[in-house]
Design a protein around this ligand. Sequence first.
Ligand code: NAP
Ligand code: GFB
Length: 321
Amino acid sequence: MASDRTELRILVTGGSGLVGRAIERLVKGGERRDGEEWTFLSSKDADLTNVDETRAVFKRYRPTHVIHLAAMVGGLFRNMKYNLDFWRLNIHINDNVLQMAHEHAVAKVISCLSTCIFPDQTTYPIDESMIHNGPPHSSNFGYSYAKRMIDIQNRAYHQQHGSRFSAVIPTNVFGMDDNFNIEEGHVLPGLIHKTYLAKMNGTPLVVWGSGKPRRQFIYSLDLARLFIWVLREYEEIEPIILSVGEEEEVSIKEAAESIVSAMGFEGEVIFDTSKSDGQYKKTASNGKLRKYLPHFQFTPFNQAIKETCDWFVANYKVARK
Ligand code: NAP
Ligand code: GFB
């Protein structure tokens, strides 16, 4: 039950996922302030594609603030297979959550876009002004257009009702509690899982694609720290990119090498170029973030990889895979 001193009731949709669990770790680890009550939802609390279940969960928790993470999420190969589902399910989730936030007079909502939704044919670095400047990469158009509509909805709620609904645009996220499923997940958890099995079975590690594409990776705990700052301090309706700097961009091959080193794998590494490379790069600027937080320190990539690998090995039985 909420104490009578509760001023902020913060509802985190998608609270049981990679990003949600990272925020929960920080909140339970001391980030929670007096007067704040945090609730982390999973789909067991409500199927947010269903408007009645969404309404019921908002009535139950009466949030004053919402961090909206819930989504159908996946790596390149899941997106390539299910563009229609990524569009439909995410459009329903997003419309239900934002409309219920409006109907329940939620003071502030922060939703989650992704740097993979930007135009594929673009100049670099990408910045927040470029979201709608052209079609996204063909591999994930369903997810990308659904996410872009959050930005449209945020502007429309603000224009028509003065709602303070905004969004963040993380780059590729990784960390503990990720989805390590090899077919559906993202590249880093997929490679960590595959390296674990290769080491156990004495077989080669197979990296999909050429290894040439480039990515900026943000550690989930760093993203969580930034998300909590956005909830408390960021007042723009325009979204803000949450990413490491352009200079931190690495190739898939370099990322694989970091995982091989962190896992102590000494076997053969093979590149299966019959598998898609997906988008070559989506280099994003974190200049807007740096204007607000010039001194924010990201966890060094190799350290974050090592922490994630150690967590996975220690939690292999319970990890999502
Ligand atoms: P995740 O680990 O797959 O977690 C997804 C979360 O959404 C889970 O809590 C899941 O609940 C919930 N969910 C899915 N469908 C739902 C439904 N129909 N009703 C209610 N809840 C539902 O995803 P993530 O990586 O944490 O992503 C969180 C947010 O960050 C998403 O909006 C994603 O688009 C965005 N993002 C992620 C990345 C990345 O690299 N991971 C990059 C940029 C942006 P269950 O646990 O019950 O399934
Ligand atoms: O994280 P990922 O699946 O998605 O990375 P994207 C795909 C890149 O990693 C491709 C290579 O170049 C793959 O060839 N790769 C190598 C692997 N080995 C593996 C592996 O074992 N698993 C996977 N998954 N890839 C996604 C978007 O793009 O970015 C989503 O499709 C989402 O919508 C996500 O926004 C953040 O970074 O290419």
